[in-house]
Design a binder for this molecule. Structure first.
Ligand code: WTA
Length: 635
């Protein structure tokens, strides 16, 4: 019997050791016992990080939607697969059962086929967080088309770049979207984007906000009438284990976005297995991940991982602040959410609002709290633990990347003792290595360096769409025979990992490497601070000095800024050392962020370096307006 569900710490170590000693045998057992295959593999794994080439479950045949839908129909066809919670609390939630979801996916798949889409074709999906998003993703997978979901907050330029890069023939969108009190004209953005794209023949349009939009003759079609006419069943396309399942774009440190390609079997096995264990999902649980399906977190842990386990997964259309900052807590109470997975940036924003809004709601259903996307600072960790989890729901600080497909380093709740700001231990089958600058592995504990992975895991991205050389250069050329994550990490005295931040953001001050994340953690501990970002700027003596952009919880008018600066530098001195003190501190109303909530340090760095003429494209930011404000108040 394979160890599909780990329940004890000792068991974790046993299974981990087994998975490392003989990875092929380990994954073969998991794959064999827990998934539906049309044909078994001839070889579990072949790999060469030099080429790089990685193949899992070679020659196996399957369809991932059979695993996510069909196989659940008999035993739990009436179980809710997706709970859809609309933007407005006044609109009724939808409960879509496995049987209904199966039918919806089949109808949609038939619409795709009738519109000329077949196996291997690329389909761009640009939709808000409505059921059609999950359904269209699965419909593509049903017929073997490769989906490329673009987050529906990206601009027309960003969208057209992505459509062209992977040569998509179809775009699936909606008339518009709700975002809190606002509506967004998605179809207008698609029209603008398509001015730059010759490859798109068809645009399918879902109705969401019922606005009057332009429909281009011969190209644009309303989705609903097509679905109504389509046949309710669709035979799944039989896919090869290594056939591409999807492309998902992620920004690189330079150049255009990278279209990470994930393939079918390995991705399915790994996301399903991690979902089961990292969230300790039990049959009747309601699971909620607040990410957008436009990001990898939504692909793996709203759609594929949960559905492959027959879980109930909640999709929320709106924002944390609408109609007020209690919305997340209200949803947890309403749907009795058991596992809640969100990002530190959301936690910090909510913490800023005080605890009254949290205390208004009954959160007693919660069993597991997750965090993902960036390092979680100590203050946010405690706030989450104290106020949301009431110190009884373990916090899963899960580290992973678009490129890794699934969660890589994480505690297993009720199994691994947690430690604030630590992602703790590698997941089953994951072999991390910490490397020094000379390319040597730092063995043993209490070491810090660059985080690599030594051995393939089933859901590693296989290439960058149309640019295998870039895949090789970015991930496999920095350290020999290793996948390089681009992150820094330390391993503490007991072997726990802490992710210290992107190494591309490391700043060398007087010959010392300083990670931005630990300095920001220290600053964020100050009770007046909401958020901060550190960048380097050239300094005569030290090489680089540190510039801190700091947002205060209240605008800080009432505080003496010079005193605050002193207190913050004292905190840094206490936590890291005087070397990490900031030379300049600018108090700002906000920090420029990507749509996924990541601080755009590149822009801050340019401003700090007085290179405001080289800011590049700021149009895809969540809040482009703060850039002007920051520039005009540079210290
Ligand atoms: C960062 C998101 C610290 C990290 C799933 C990584 C984290 C990048 C954590 C990938 C975490 C993600 N602690 N840092 N728990 N999770 N990161 O591709 O720098 O959007 O390389 O994937 O986010 O971001 P991506």
């Amino acid at each position: 019997m394979s160890n599909y569900h780990i329940k004890q710490f000792e068991e974790y170590f046993q299974v981990y050791r087994k998975s490392i000693r003989n990875p092929e045998q380990f994954w073969e057992e998991i794959a064999e016992e827990h998934f539906v295959w049309r044909k078994k593999w001839t070889n579990v794994l072949s790999w060469d990080f030099k080429k790089p080439e990685i193949k899992w479950f070679e020659d196996a045949k399957l369809n991932i939607t059979e695993n996510c839908l069909d196989r659940h129909l008999r035993a739990q066809g009436d179980k809710t697969a997706i709970i859809f919670e609309p933007n407005s609390p006044d609109e009724e939630a939808q409960h879509i059962s496995y049987r209904q979801l199966h039918e919806k996916v089949c109808r949609f798949a038939n619409v795709l086929k009738e519109n000329g889409i077949g196996k291997g074709d690329r389909v761009c999906i640009y939709l808000p967080m409505i059921p059609e998003l999950a359904i269209s993703v699965l419909a593509c997978a049903r017929i073997g088309a490769i989906h490329s979901v673009v987050f529906a907050g990206f601009s027309a330029t960003a969208l057209s770049t992505r459509i062209n890069d992977s040569d998509c023939n179809m775009v699936i969108t909606s008339d518009g979207s709700y975002r809190g009190a606002k509506t967004i004209d998605l179809k207008g953005i698609v029209d603008d984007a398509l001015e730059e794209c010759d490859c798109v023949d068809t645009v399918l349009v879902a109705k969401r906000i019922n606005t009057d939009i332009n429909m281009k003759d011969g190209r644009d079609k309303w989705l609903q009438p097509l679905l109504d006419e389509a046949y309710h069943d669709c035979v799944p396309e039989i896919m090869d284990a290594e056939d591409p399942l999807f492309i998902l774009y992620t920004s690189g440190s330079t150049g255009k976005p990278k279209g990470m390609v994930h393939t079918t079997a390995g991705y399915m096995v790994y996301t399903a297995y991690t979902f089961k264990n990292v969230f300790q999902y039990r049959e009747q649980d309601v699971y909620w991940c607040t990410a957008d399906i436009g990001w990898i977190t939504g692909h793996s842990y709203i759609v594929y991982g949960p559905l492959a386990n027959g879980a109930t997964t909640l999709m929320y259309e709106g924002v944390p602040s609408y109609p007020d900052f209690g919305r997340f807590w209200q949803i947890i109470e309403k749907h009795k959410v058991n596992q809640f997975y969100t990002a530190p940036t959301a936690i910090r924003a909510l913490a800023k609002q005080g605890v009254e809004l949290v205390e208004k709601y009954d959160l007693s259903s919660l069993k597991v709290l997750g965090s993902v996307g960036e390092p979680i600072n100590e203050e946010a960790w405690h706030w989450y633990n104290d106020n949301v989890g009431k110190r009884k729901s373990p916090i899963i600080d899960s580290w992973w990347q678009t490129e890794t497909g699934g969660i890589m380093i994480t505690p297993i709740p009720y199994v691994t003792p947690t430690k604030p700001t630590y992602a703790t231990l590698p997941f089953i089958g994951i072999q991390p290595a910490i490397m020094d600058e000379n390319g040597d592995e730092l063995k043993g504990n209490q070491v810090e360096g660059r985080l690599c992975i030594k051995y393939p895991w089933p859901s590693i991205a296989r290439t960058i769409w149309g640019n295998h050389q870039r895949y090789k250069d970015t991930y496999f050329s920095v350290f020999e025979n290793m996948y390089f994550t681009g992150d820094g990490a330390l391993r503490d005295e007991v072997g726990y990992y802490r992710i210290t931040g992107r190494v591309d953001d490391v700043i060398i001050v007087s010959g010392h490497n300083l990670g931005t994340a630990p300095i920001e953690d220290a600053i964020n501990e100050h009770q007046a601070v909401a958020e901060s970002a550190i960048v380097g700027f050239p300094h005569d003596v030290k090489g680089n000095a540190l510039y801190g952009y700091i947002t205060l919880k209240d605008s800080g008018e009432s505080r003496n800024h010079d005193n605050l600066r002193k207190e913050i530098n004292q905190l840094i001195t206490d936590r890291i050392g005087p070397i990490a003190k900031l030379d300049k501190i600018q108090f700002t109303v906000g920090l420029p962020k990507t749509r996924s909530g990541k601080i755009m340090r590149r822009i801050l760095r340019k401003i700090a370096c007085n290179e405001t003429d080289q800011l590049g494209d700021t149009s895809t930011l969540l809040n482009p307006e703060v850039v002007e404000e920051i520039i005009s108040n540079v210290v």
